[in-house]
Design a protein. Structure first.
Length: 422
């Protein structure tokens, strides 16, 4: 054991409730849908008692694994697992330069695993540890996208027939081949980058998509759209105003984080609600979005801000400021992270909507207890902790690799070749 661990800061600082102690922290990485999912497992000296937490940062998962196993574990081994606030603050502050996607995802894995242990020790699901339910279930939205408006609407019509009440619509254009919309290649022959993305075309095509959608899907389906942080403040206002006739539930991520200082002005000029925060990598930054008056929905990837504990604090802050929650949860959120989202959803008066993802059969095999969306609704598990386990033999059959996520997350290029924000 390192001499560092014998210093008072890292020892148990006060008498523990009992003799339960953390004996090890490790990561399990698996990709049952092809997307690397990082899970942190915290073991204890009590036979069969361990916790699982989500630490998924798909584009930098090797770095998260290294952080957990080379830095985080040695800070918490030997400590009482019930001191969640102290343990997570200890890890966060120990690096001196703090926050960021790698550190906070690693920290999230610890935080969620400690909540899982707390639930198992008490025999209660996590949502009951933090106040219980304020609603029976969380309403969700699903993604519809295609290379053309018609393809997108075909998928949306199918979702409506299945009972979905909220649908996010995206349509492909030259230069866009991700985020649920298929790209259209070779859009601008003769340009330095003929497969580039033109914001002018995007600002024209997107309102046309929603005009058709509202005509064909009717007034009762809630419609959403994600701009993926690619617009300037002026362009964001232009898009928001052009979408006003179609009554969007929200317009997501109109500005990149580098431009978030302009959000209050954009929101003031926007006739549709704005959802922002997916790219926040600290709870402090996310809290600033709420307090500065620039958002109607806060939608963090909760592992990127440090886990369940800081997200719970943000939900309370949102409650007192009239902001609603819409936590990020596509396929690069593990089922454990999804369970943490739903525990927040059902317990918070500030709940707005939950992003939905339908996990494949392999994911249900790797993560027994994975939540299932039923008629568009998500209900939390009632088993102790998160109610989700991890079959490590099954996980090993779906080995994670450095994936194409790195490429599409890097952004899109304009026809002149300039790289834009993701």
């Amino acid at each position: 054991m390192s001499d560092l661990l014998t210093e008072p800061t890292f020892e148990q600082p006060w008498p523990a409730r009992d003799g339960t102690r953390i004996t090890g922290v490790r990561t399990i990485v698996t990709a049952p849908e092809g997307t690397p999912l990082v899970v942190v497992r915290v073991d204890t000296n009590v036979d069969g008692l361990y916790g699982l937490g989500c630490a998924t940062f798909t584009q930098r998962w090797h770095s998260v694994v290294s952080f957990v196993e080379e830095h985080l574990e040695r800070l918490v081994v030997g400590r009482y697992p019930g001191d969640i606030e102290d343990l997570t603050r200890l890890v966060r502050l120990s690096g001196y330069w703090r926050d960021g996607g790698v550190e906070n995802n690693a920290l999230s894995g610890l935080d969620m695993a400690l909540w899982d242990i707390a639930g198992k020790r008490s025999g209660l699901p996590v949502h009951e540890l933090v106040g219980g339910k304020a609603r029976a279930a969380a309403d969700t939205y699903i993604h519809a996208g295609g290379a053309t408006v018609e393809e997108t609407l075909d998928q949306a019509r199918a979702y409506v027939a299945e009972g979905w009440r909220h649908i996010r619509l995206q349509v492909g254009q030259p230069g866009i081949g991700a985020y649920g919309a298929h790209g259209v290649g070779g859009g601008y022959p003769g340009s330095p980058y003929p497969d580039g993305w033109r914001v002018e075309e995007y600002l024209r095509v997107t309102p046309a998509l929603f005009e058709r959608a509202r005509q064909e899907l009717g007034p009762d389906v809630e419609l959403l759209h994600d701009a993926h942080s690619r617009l300037t403040p002026k362009q964001a206002v232009t898009l928001a105003r052009s979408l006003e006739p179609y009554g969007l539930f929200f317009l997501e991520d109109v500005l990149a984080p580098e431009e978030w200082r302009s959000l209050p002005g954009v929101r003031a000029a926007s006739p549709v609600p704005l959802a922002v925060g997916e790219l926040a990598t600290s709870a402090t930054t996310a809290a600033g979005l709420i307090l500065d008056g620039g958002v109607d929905f806060i939608r963090c990837h909760i592992s990127a801000i440090g886990g369940f504990s800081p997200a719970k604090k943000l939900a309370t802050l949102a409650e007192f400021t009239g902001v609603r929650t819409a936590w990020h949860a596509p396929g690069d959120t593990s089922p454990i992270g999804a369970a943490a989202n739903v525990a927040l959803d059902v317990g918070s008066p500030a709940f707005g909507i939950q992003e939905g993802h339908v996990y494949n059969d392999a994911t249900h095999e790797v993560f027994p207890g994975t939540l299932r969306i039923e008629d568009g609704w998500l209900r939390p598990n009632e088993e102790p902790g998160w109610g989700i386990d991890l079959d490590e033999d099954a996980a090993r059959r779906f080995a994670a690799e450095l994936s194409g996520h790195d490429a599409w997350a890097a952004g899109v290029r304009s026809p002149d070749g300039a790289l834009r924000y993701p």
